[in-house]
Design a protein around this ligand. Structure first.
Ligand code: UFG
Length: 341
């Protein structure tokens, strides 16, 4: 079986990708330092797939430890690199942690790819690189804007590091996936998002409020220059997003790439306002959400959604799940978590 190293493989997007990889016949080799994830996620993966994937608790800043896994578990055909710190606000407070964690991890992996003759890399990038785009929907050729946070900056710098490395080393091929807003959970409700502490992102805050864990959802602003005044995002189902990684691995390993580094937007192509999300959530779950509109959150983009045409046509990937199904999956996961406590 073709082995794929998945860094951050027990995290939110990583765990869903591991499931899709296994169901597509790949053998994921997971490394994760468990700093923002739980080892119990492996139980959920096993319940869904019937198999427990290889796991090692490794921090990607530790090159020797990664190398040991590569040597013991190899040959590895490709790497999917999720492991990173991802909280925008925290990155403003702890920039060095973010630069060290996100940049050193990538440098280690690229060096190890060269040292171990691994040619293929799929990298988790973000629509954050576009800032507030002038033209919507945003395509991959839209200009990269100065980052608004150290977190966003690490994604931009990582894209550049990968591009420069692949330019210099013709053996290295990479696909950069620019995610829009990943939400939802596996339809089985065996795995999902596990925010530690107070959630920063909209959907976990919504589900925790509906579950009575949080008292009230604070909606950050309704005075934006959008049709209903609320911010607009492109919310992509995490299982759909996970499948994009499998297709990217196939494209790389079957050598269907047209350039050494390719970039794809991974979104639905549909922008939804925070109010539309709240209404859809209430409708599909039958829950009444206690929310109040407060002031704008610093650094928020007014509106962004993807033009996913390039991923649809060239990668052969398309978002399949609608927002109601996705919100329902997030709610089912929340209910399951509650029953575990
Ligand atoms: N929101 C609220 N209340 C909350 C949380 C969020 O109203 O409690 C709103 C935000 O203002 C925004 C929308 O819900 O309009 C989505 O916010 P999220 O925090 O869920 O997601 P962001 O779009 O802010 O964040 C995403 C990615 C980050 C990335 C960032 C760049 O999750 O990784 O875009 O803008 F860095």
């Amino acid at each position: 079986m073709t082995k794929i190293l998945v860094t951050g493989g027990v995290g939110f997007i990583g765990s869903h990708t591991v499931v899709e990889l296994m169901q597509a016949g790949y053998e994921p080799i997971i490394i994760d330092n468990l700093s923002n994830s739980s080892i119990n996620v492996l139980d959920g993966i096993e319940k869904i797939t019937g198999k427990r994937p290889f796991f090692a608790q490794v921090d990607c800043r530790d090159k020797t430890a990664i190398d040991q896994v590569l040597k013991q578990q190899g040959p590895i055909k490709a790497i999917i690199h999720f492991a990173a710190s991802k909280a925008v606000g925290e990155s403003v407070e702890k920039p060095l942690l973010y630069y060290r964690n996100n940049l050193v991890s990538l440098l280690n992996l690229l060096e190890l790819m060269q040292e171990n003759s691994i040619q293929h890399l799929v990298f988790s990038s973000s629509c954050t690189v576009y800032g507030q785009p002038e033209v919507l929907p945003v395509t991959e050729s839209a200009p990269i804007q100065p980052a608004l946070s150290p977190y966003g900056n690490t994604k931009q710098i990582c894209e550049e590091i990968i591009t420069d490395t692949a330019y210099a080393d013709k053996n290295i091929h990479a696909i950069l996936l620019r995610y829009f807003n990943p939400i939802g959970a596996h339809p089985s409700a065996e795995i999902g998002e596990l925010p530690i502490g107070v959630p920063q992102n909209l959907i976990p805050y919504v589900t925790q409020t509906a579950a009575g864990i949080r008292e009230q959802l604070k909606v950050f602003g309704n005075d934006y220059n959008t049709p209903d005044g609320y911010c607009i995002r492109d919310y992509i189902n995490v299982t759909d997003l996970a499948k994009a990684h499998v297709v990217a691995v196939q494209r790389l390993t079957e050598e269907k790439q047209k350039q050494s580094v390719e970039v794809f937007n991974i979104g639905t192509g549909r922008g939804l306002s925070v109010l539309e999300i709240i209404n859809a959530f209430e409708k599909v779950t039958g829950q009444k959400l206690n929310y109040a509109v407060v002031g704008r959150r610093e650094g928020d983009i007014e509106q962004v959604w993807a033009d996913p045409t390039f991923a649809n046509t060239e990668l052969g990937w398309k978002a399949e799940k609608g927002i109601e199904e996705t919100l329902l999956s997030a709610w089912k996961w929340q209910e399951k978590l509650k029953s575990k406590v």
